[in-house]
Design a protein around this ligand. Structure first.
Ligand code: ADP
Length: 158
């Protein structure tokens, strides 16, 4: 039984995130999306909102769940009994920061294997921040985020 955690801020969850979680769920028995409570970047959605949006968005996947955490990601993974940490890599700029983080996490817990998935072509340019910018100006974000997230964004910016 291999459990993977997929940690991040998810402010809010996008179809790019869901693609990575769904692809992980085809390989690992259980995937737990870990939503970090205390990111250094300013968030639009509070922890409860980010959790609710992500839970609604993945409710169709039997082996994907969503949990909050506020400690080191390696400690969260240990608590979830996960042997794997999943991250997504987009072509523009993710590699260096992911590499640094992977080296630190490997030092903190050498037993946790870090597995990176290449972002799918249609989601390479997609980030939570660009979605927030476009939604704020009432642009079309269909096909890029789940319906519940579209509604939540338009509500936030109304
Ligand atoms: P963080 O604050 O940890 O970067 P994010 O919520 O922004 O949290 O992202 C979580 C993970 O998902 C990161 O590994 C990030 O690179 C990846 N990710 C973000 N957007 C996409 C996307 N469009 N396609 C694939 N992976 C993505």
């Amino acid at each position: 039984m291999i459990t993977a955690v997929y940690p991040g801020t998810f402010d809010p969850i996008t179809n790019g995130h869901i693609d990575i979680a769904a692809r992980s769920a085809r390989i690992f028995h259980r995937v737990i999306i870990g939503i970090y409570a205390l990111p250094k970047k300013e968030v639009l959605f509070d922890l409860e909102e980010r959790l609710a949006l992500a839970r609604e968005a993945v409710k169709g996947y039997a082996n994907i769940s969503v949990e909050p955490y506020d400690d080191l990601t390696v400690d969260f993974a240990r608590k979830m009994k996960a042997r794997v940490m999943v991250r997504g890599l987009r072509v523009n700029g993710d590699f260096e920061s992911e590499f640094d983080m992977a080296m630190m996490n490997n030092r903190l817990d050498p037993n946790l294997e870090i597995v990176c998935f290449m972002a799918s072509p249609q989601f390479q340019f997609l980030s939570s921040s660009i979605i927030k910018e476009v939604a704020k100006l009432k642009g079309d974000i269909n096909d890029l985020v789940p319906h519940n997230v579209i509604n939540a964004l338009y509500e936030k910016f109304s």
